[in-house]
Design a protein around this ligand. Structure first.
Ligand SMILES: *[C@@H]1O[C@H](CO)[C@@H](O)[C@H](O)[C@H]1NC(C)=O
Ligand SMILES: *[C@@H]1O[C@H](CO)[C@@H](O)[C@H](O)[C@H]1NC(C)=O
Ligand SMILES: *[C@@H]1O[C@H](CO)[C@@H](O)[C@H](O)[C@H]1NC(C)=O
Ligand SMILES: *[C@@H]1O[C@H](CO)[C@@H](O)[C@H](O)[C@H]1NC(C)=O
Ligand SMILES: *[C@@H]1O[C@H](CO)[C@@H](O)[C@H](O)[C@H]1NC(C)=O
Length: 950
């Protein structure tokens, strides 16, 4: 199959997997960037709560409240005991960093897992930790942060859509991350119920971003002719520096012989990676060390080294000073009340910093030389060096880099967006996986940074494309019922190169996975073919860790040991989406089944077609992670429950705060209105004195109460307090609103009465005329029967009479009250509205009634038939009339369209637009609505004040 066929086929398969949003996360040791791929959301970086484009990678607590990003960083000096920065280097790791990065250093459990203390952890965390010394694993701390990232992304809602949860992510990780580290990240995502579509190298992310806007030379994969472009991504971050060498090229082919346009694919292929455990934090800690020693020398206060708050202040100042020294030769240091109320002031120069870290400077250039060596390339082959990461702006890093590039910076690519490139690249990758966006074809290939061995046998060599599989063929054990396979990871040292600690450490063989295949004996009994052997398919997951795809009992046919060359990169990642069914019954029981069936099965059936007789019996197997173990199912359940308990607390808190803010705002508004010099006089004019006093006193009391209970009162209590005051305010507000709307309502009511009267007069006249004509008609010359029945006209008359009586009576009383605004109204705008509207509806219906036609002249017969017609019409029961016509039938009347309505203008002399207002408007604001058009300039009262709610 041609490569692009595979690609498009896979995209089809993939389509259902990516429905809506995919969040790209570039999680850094110090800062994290996010980008959301979602139809309707502009493609950009996701901003945090403070509208920052980069988010501090930290979680902390301010007493009971979990905080993130800049807020968490700010809280470090006040709450150093619940401050957890730099989680990334501890994921899937046991190296307690030598750097003083963690105010609360983690301890190691008996089975080799790092775990952080959380002293005085909030009581809402459930299940509550049994000891404050062992609360959060690095994975759990990452999961906290991921919940925040997800929250930020979920609040990006395109107009007119409803919020929807995000459950798919694409993440970047250091490409040298090993089995443990990748597993730990995956666990953190799973704790939040997120599916990891792809885990790509940070350098790969930058490369994708770089490739999006460029074209590359053509290369013919089949005949190996053409050109490739080689670039180095040099990424110097907070804690590590990585150089990734990639080749970029384009392939172009015609899908069929007749095709006129070629299909072009951009290939991005990782060739090699070099890295060192050195980054910008080295400078932070060095500055902190210099400052601490200087402070002790000047003040004699040695105890500062055990004061967490003072150290947090020093660490913050060190970071500030570092940035100043990147641009200046010297920086001032100033910390108020650093320790025991002693202020600290000093100066530090770039030169003194550089000499303090001198021995580490070559480490910044080493990744480049090491990556070139393992790719077998020289600097001359390199097109350009693309910088990424904040630390590349530090002068000594730039110097070191320049020395690795032969003393010149000619090759350093200019004007490439450095800090956001990885997350944007990852987002592009997500878009490429989705069919919602039109993207260029991409083929990304990443490689294993490690040798994966079984005993001495190399299973996947360092540099193997991620996504590849390998089948191991093993003899059926003669005595036992099971086989156990142990796998390790290591790198090999490049001979002739001087190596660093990092490299030597990587070269040590470490256990990663143990696979136990069981119940073999029974399966053998069922096996009828000759030469039974056990075949285990191992997979180098596109996300970079080792797993078992399946284990079967089958016949030993020739060439049984083979490697299926699955496509790496995009294709591999796609494969990872579907995974293998059998992955599920592997290691951890609690993991939500993320992977679906299965493209493997498609492949399998094809294989079986080729060799139809080959019998295969699936074998049970169990994966166990050795070395640094990932979280167990039990740990995951506990952590997940804790995360949920925090989420519950936070949403209750949010609701509570909202209720409190509403109450607070309400109290301020009321006390403003009650104050003597209030501009808006509503509460003064319309409240009786006692009412005002009562209101004032309850407002004062509630304010005082709120002062004491703002932080503790629950949502219900807060809402209750507000309701109590509203009960007192309501009659006053009603008076005010009534007085505001009454003149308009009366005017409108009178208009309706006036129009109805005109109608009645005219209609009666017409009817009388018509009846007269009817009485004179002959069969040869029939007359038009009257349009209205007597009952219909009677109904209008009755309604008008009733209205008049009602109005006269109430108006007399209302007029007496007119000077006293504090008395409750007698006549309600709403009632006027209803009655007027009902009358108008009755009249409108009659006006719009179809006029009767002149009956056909009957030439020879008697006149009786014509009279009969008339009487039928009069009796016609389908002619609605009387009180049954209410406003509620309004919308059911077919003939009350806009046109017919405007034809009724004659009934309403002042009317300029359609008579009836939109229904929604009527219900929206009852008090302000009239049933006569708003165009009537009837309103004489004061302009409504702007405080509708009062
Ligand atoms: C991607 O490119 C590699 C060669 O670098 C090729 O072997 C593979 O088939 C391609 N995959 C797809 C899906 O095009
Ligand atoms: C593919 O690349 C060839 C050669 O670079 C170019 O001529 C052609 O226009 C490209 N096709 C598309 C569809 O971009
Ligand atoms: C399978 O057969 C080959 C050659 O026929 C033999 O060398 C190999 O040892 C056999 N493998 C097993 C596991 O029996
Ligand atoms: C062997 O075959 C029998 C009958 O088909 C079946 O019930 C049993 O589960 C099989 N055993 C194994 C280990 O596959
Ligand atoms: C009365 O008759 C005149 C002339 O036919 C007509 O224009 C008018 O609309 C009628 N009035 C009513 C209220 O039906």
């Amino acid at each position: 199959m041609r490569p692009s066929h595979i690609f498009s086929l896979l995209l089809l398969l993939l389509a259902p997997a990516i429905q809506a949003a995919v969040l790209a996360i570039d999680y850094g040791a110090e800062f994290t960037k996010l980008s959301l791929i979602k139809p309707g959301v502009p493609f950009d970086v996701v901003l945090d709560k403070d509208s920052k484009r980069k988010i501090s990678s930290v979680v902390g607590w301010k007493r009971d409240d979990r905080v993130f990003g800049a807020e968490a960083k700010m809280a470090a000096t006040r709450f150093p005991d619940a401050h957890f920065p730099y989680v990334k280097p501890l994921l899937g790791s046991t190296s307690q960093h030598q750097l003083p990065l963690h105010p609360n250093p983690p301890s190691m459990t008996n089975d080799g897992v790092l775990i952080f203390p959380h002293s005085s952890a909030p009581s809402h965390i459930s299940p509550s930790p049994s000891s404050s010394e062992e609360v959060w694993t690095p994975t759990a701390l990452l999961a906290h942060q991921i919940s925040y990232y997800r929250h930020l992304a979920e609040s990006l809602i395109p107009d007119g859509t409803t919020p929807e949860p995000i459950n798919q992510v694409i993440v970047t990780v250091p490409s040298w991350w090993d089995h443990y580290q990748r597993k730990a990240y995956k666990d953190a995502l799973e704790l939040q119920g997120l599916t990891c579509l792809a885990m790509i190298g940070e350098g790969t992310g930058v490369a994708l971003n770089y490739a999006m806007t460029r074209t590359f030379p053509n290369f013919n994969l089949e005949i190996g002719e053409g050109e490739k472009e080689y670039n180095i991504i040099y990424d110097s971050g907070a804690l590590s520096t990585t150089a990734t060498i990639l080749s970029f090229y384009q392939t172009s082919y015609f899908p069929t012989k007749k095709s006129k346009t070629s299909i072009n694919t951009t290939h991005i292929e990782v060739l090699s990676v070099g890295y060192e455990n050195v980054g910008g934090v080295l400078l932070d800690t060095e500055i902190q060390k210099i400052l601490t020693e200087d402070f002790i020398k000047k003040s004699g206060q040695k105890d500062i080294i055990s004061d967490k708050r003072a150290l947090a202040k020093l660490s913050r100042e060190a970071n500030r000073v570092k940035h100043i020294l990147s641009a200046n030769q010297e920086a001032n240091v100033a910390i108020e009340s650093l320790f025991n109320d002693v202020d600290y002031r000093s100066k530090i120069s770039r030169a003194s910093l550089e000499s303090a870290v001198e021995s580490s400077i070559p480490l910044f250039s080493h990744p480049i030389t090491s990556a070139l060596a393992s790719a077998g390339l020289t600097l001359n082959d390199i097109n350009s060096v693309i910088l990424f990461g904040g630390n590349t702006r530090v002068p000594l890093v730039q110097q070191s880099l320049k020395s690795a590039l032969g003393g010149t910076d000619d090759k350093i690519a200019q004007n490439v967006n450095t800090d956001e490139a990885a997350v944007l690249g990852a987002a592009y990758y997500g878009a490429a996986l989705s069919r919602t966006f039109k993207m260029k074809n991409l083929n990304v290939t990443e490689r294993s940074f490690y040798d994966i061995k079984m005993g001495d046998e190399v299973i996947f060599e360092q540099g193997t494309k991620l996504g590849e599989r390998k089948i191991l063929t093993l003899p059926v054990p003669s005595a036992e019922d099971e086989i156990t396979l142990e796998f390790t990871q290591s790198t090999h040292l490049i001979s002739g190169q001087s190596t660093t600690i990092t490299e030597r450490n990587q070269a040590i063989s470490k256990p990663i996975l143990s696979v136990k295949i069981s119940d073999i004996e029974n399966s053998v009994k069922n096996f009828t073919n000759p030469l039974p052997v056990v075949q285990v398919t191992l997979r180098l997951d596109p996300r970079g860790y080792l797993s078992v795809a399946n284990a079967v009992l089958t016949s030993n046919s020739t060439g049984s040991e083979e490697t299926t060359k699955d496509a790496g990169g995009v294709a591999g990642a796609l494969k990872g989406l579907f995974g293998s069914k059998k992955d599920k019954d592997s290691s951890d029981d609690s993991v939500p089944a993320e992977e679906n069936p299965t493209e493997d099965e498609v492949v399998d059936t094809k294989e079986e077609k080729k060799q139809p007789k080959k019998q295969k019996i699936a074998l049970k197997f169990k994966e166990k992670h050795t070395g640094i173990r990932p979280m167990t199912g039990e740990e995951k359940r506990t952590t997940q429950a804790r995360l949920r308990s925090i989420a519950t607390y936070e949403s209750a808190k949010f609701a509570r705060e909202e209720a409190r803010n509403l109450l607070e705002g309400y109290l301020y508004r009321l006390s403003g209105l009650l104050s003597e010099d209030a501009e808006n006089r509503a509460l003064h004019d319309f409240a009786k004195k006692e009412e005002r006093i009562t209101l004032q006193s309850i407002v004062d009391k509630t304010m005082e109460w709120l002062g004491d209970h703002a932080e503790t009162a629950d949502e219900e209590t807060l809402k209750g307090k507000r309701a109590d005051i509203e009960k007192i305010e309501l009659p006053i507000i009603t008076r005010f609103k009534e007085s505001l709307h009454r003149p308009k309502a009366i005017e409108a009511f009178q208009q309706a009465m006036f129009s109805s009267r005109s109608f009645l007069v005219e209609a009666t006249k017409n009817n009388t005329e018509a009846l007269e004509n009817v009485s004179k008609q002959t069969p040869e010359n029939p007359a038009i029967p009257p349009k209205y029945t007597e009952e219909e006209l009677k109904d209008v008359e009755t309604q008008m009479k009733e209205n008049e009586l009602w109005m006269d009576d109430l108006m007399k009383k209302q007029v007496l009250l007119e000077d006293d605004l504090t008395s409750d109204p007698v006549i309600w705008a709403d009632d006027l509205d209803k009655k007027g509207k009902k009358l108008q509806m009755t009249v409108l219906r009659l006006i719009n009634k179809k006029a009767p036609r002149r009956p056909k002249p009957v030439i020879s017969s008697s006149s009786s038939s014509a009279t009969a017609t008339t009487s039928t019409r009069l009796a016609n029961p389908t002619n609605h009339h009387g009180p049954s016509v209410t406003e509620s039938t309004h919308s059911e009347l077919p003939d009350l369209s806009e046109e017919t309505l405007s034809s009724t203008t004659l009934a309403n002399p002042t009317h300029k637009g359609p008579v009836l207002e939109d229904k929604t408007q009527e219900t929206g604001d009852k008090m302000g609505t009239t049933y006569i058009s708003k165009a009537i300039p009837t309103h004489k009262g004061p302009e409504p004040p702007k405080h509708q709610e009062l």
